[in-house]
Design a protein around this ligand. Structure first.
Ligand SMILES: *[C@@H]1O[C@H](CO)[C@@H](O)[C@H](O)[C@H]1NC(C)=O
Ligand SMILES: *[C@@H]1O[C@H](CO)[C@@H](O)[C@H](O)[C@H]1NC(C)=O
Length: 279
């Protein structure tokens, strides 16, 4: 009886798309006094000045999930600032998937950098420009993480896929739960034009807004993530529309791809590159 009740309680948690509230579903991890929760917990304001940046993290950990966040990036001269939104495991054999937004001088384009770490192996940066002005309004940045693939999307347009290429000997994040993080920090040693453009602190504080975080994830506290298998995103693979979107983004907006970096990889691209680019 106790087992049945417990099971039912958990399946309720599982069948729900969680619209997160910043008051109850996240903790401030760093620079709390540089954060502010607004609009009944729907919106979070992050600031950066010479004293501090800030970071938040989800209270729950997830093993697989579909996560959406609306972000309005730092306006004006944001050069050197990095707004980040990512999932990361704890512990030594690190898994991580990142969206990083690299600021720029007024009027110059932001770069969106994505990266995937599996079992500590990172070095998988891709960088794109956006097809809209990310400071003018909120846009949705999503990560779908299921057993087949990690898919990064912007406003529902697929911008990057990292497939499960275990059969090629490439580790895939699938055994460690992750928290969702967001942060705003000083990255001027590397972010803008390779670190040439520094933060203009006279323009501080730099401010970015996160809003309407939704997390449809498998809670790691449940014995098996397979109990998410009924969710529509669980078995998703690239659709023909998403393949077209990836082709479009890679052709028109990609400014850097680690797979083509012959300086970093003089002996040829990493094992996953061909498979991930076949769409
Ligand atoms: C900033 O603007 C310059 C000039 O348009 C561009 O080369 C660069 O890629 C932009 N983004 C970053 C993050 O440096
Ligand atoms: C954010 O979510 C709330 C309820 O969860 C909804 O009322 C509001 O319209 C959403 N805002 C946006 C910009 O999607």
């Amino acid at each position: 009886m106790a087992l049945i009740v417990c099971f039912m309680g958990l399946s309720l948690i599982f069948s729900q798309i969680v619209s997160a509230n910043f008051y109850t579903d996240i903790d401030m991890a760093y620079g709390t006094d540089h954060t502010q929760i607004l609009e009944n917990g729907q919106t979070l304001k992050l600031s950066l000045d010479q004293i501090s940046g800030c970071r938040f993290q989800s209270k729950n950990e997830y093993l697989f999930g579909q996560i959406n966040m609306k972000i309005r990036l730092v306006p004006g001269n944001s050069a050197g600032t990095v707004t980040a939104y990512y999932l990361s495991s704890d512990g030594s054999q690190h898994d991580e998937m990142d969206f990083e937004f690299l600021g720029n001088l007024s009027g110059d384009p932001y770069i969106v950098q994505t990266n995937v770490f599996s079992q500590c192996q990172g070095n998988r940066e891709q960088r794109i420009y956006l097809w809209f002005d990310p400071i003018a309004d909120f846009h949705t940045y999503s990560v779908l993480w299921n057993p087949q693939q990690i898919l990064f999307s912007v406003d529902g347009i697929a911008v990057r896929v990292f497939k499960n290429n275990k059969d090629l000997g490439v580790a895939y994040p699938e055994s460690q739960a992750m928290r969702i993080y967001g942060s705003l920090w000083d990255g001027d040693s590397w972010a803008t034009r390779g670190g040439l453009v520094k933060i203009d602190w006279s323009k501080a504080p730099f401010v970015t807004y996160f809003r309407n975080l939704s997390m449809d994830g498998c809670l790691s506290t449940f014995p098996s993530a397979k109990d998410c298998a009924t969710k529509s995103w669980w078995s998703e693979e690239l659709s023909s529309t998403q393949k077209k979107q990836l082709t479009w983004v890679h052709k028109k907006y990609m400014v850097y791809d680690y797979c083509s970096d012959t300086v970093k990889f003089p002996n040829g691209p990493p094992a996953e590159c061909t498979s991930n680019a076949s769409f």
